[in-house]
Design a protein around this ligand. Structure first.
Ligand SMILES: C[S@@+](CC[C@H](N)C(=O)[O-])C[C@H]1O[C@@H](n2cnc3c(N)ncnc32)[C@H](O)[C@@H]1O
Length: 168
């Protein structure tokens, strides 16, 4: 399981997602250009802790990210699963695979049409009528939680002798 962030705008949200991913043992792909400096130094300056525990890969742009994703043999190529308010399928009705890449759109504008088209699946989190969208980190936590529950990810964490330590 991986989390991918499409051109994130807000460093604090990326920090929250990196921390979530580090704790859950999920890798993160950040697809540029981002709305802030993505170097380790700048991320630390922005107060992003847990950076040293995160498995972070930076991609210059969406084309580079797609080339990387498709470089795996076709049968092993991870599916791109886009979280978007414009989807028909609700995330709890979807069958996740442990190789899925869960892609989140940017805070200001979501994901553009060509990214919607590139996705193998598009999922939404139902919210009350008239309310727009969830914070990106909250949306990530809900869907990663469901994906890990379905694919046995939490059981694997419980079996991991390095899990459950006393890091602050
Ligand atoms: C703050 S939202 C983006 C809002 C943006 N104005 C839009 O209309 O798409 C940032 C990202 O969080 C995810 N997200 C937020 N609420 C969601 C929902 N109800 N269903 C699916 N994804 C959601 C999506 O990936 C979205 O691109």
């Amino acid at each position: 399981m991986r989390i991918a962030l499409y051109q994130p705008d807000i460093p604090q949200n990326t920090g929250t997602i990196l921390r979530l991913a580090a704790c859950l043992g999920v890798a993160v792909d950040v697809i540029g250009p981002a709305g802030f400096d993505l170097t380790d130094r700048a991320l630390r300056r922005a107060g992003l802790d847990y950076l040293e525990h995160a498995d972070l890969t930076r991609h210059a742009d969406f084309a580079t990210f797609e080339a990387w994703r498709r470089s795996a043999p076709r049968a092993a190529s991870p599916r791109l699963v886009l979280l978007t308010t414009r989807a028909a399928t609700v995330f709890t009705d979807f069958t996740f695979q442990d190789t899925d890449v869960l892609l989140l759109g940017r805070e200001s504008a979501g994901a553009p049409e060509h990214v919607h088209q590139a996705a193998d699946a598009r999922l939404r989190i139902p919210v009350r009528e008239g309310l727009r969208s969830l914070n990106i980190a909250v949306a990530t936590a809900l869907v990663v939680g469901e994906a890990l529950r379905q694919t046995g990810g939490f059981k694997a964490l419980q079996a991991d002798p390095s899990a459950g330590g006393a890091a602050p």
